[in-house]
Design a protein around this ligand. Sequence first.
Ligand SMILES: [Fe+2]
Ligand SMILES: [Fe+2]
Length: 164
Amino acid sequence: MKDNELALRIVQDHEKLDRTFSDLETTFIHIMEAGQGAEERDALEDARADLAFALEEMLEHFGIEEEAIFDHLRVALPDLAPRLDALEANHESFCAHTATLRKMVAAANAGAVPLDCEDALRILRKLKGALIHHNSAEVQLFLEALGRLDDEGQRLLRENLDRL
Ligand SMILES: [Fe+2]
Ligand SMILES: [Fe+2]
């Protein structure tokens, strides 16, 4: 696979998460406008399902990146370590924010506390913006690494990027 094809594939994989968060944004706006009742309950259920999917996707995607790719790059190209550490810190923050949203939606679903839509949207929009920034920094780093690794290192990186 050529570098531009590989970059496109990673971008497309990242877009899956971007889309889920965009759907969630629409759902939160819907909940805000729906008022109480069946419409709100349906929208909360949509939000619950989207958040469960997002968290699952993130754990799988980030897990492969951290264990199969970042660890290997830290050894092969040690100067990349600070950038890899920053990307890893982003992963933790994305998961933490998604978990916060999940708790808020779960509490609303259980009828315990109504969903604070403005707060949920604020967290979500911050997360969406940070994710776009993260994804572009990550693709840039992967391409840079591909240009610097030896043949075996490149083969390994391509193989693992293909798992994303
Ligand atoms: Fe990442
Ligand atoms: Fe990624």
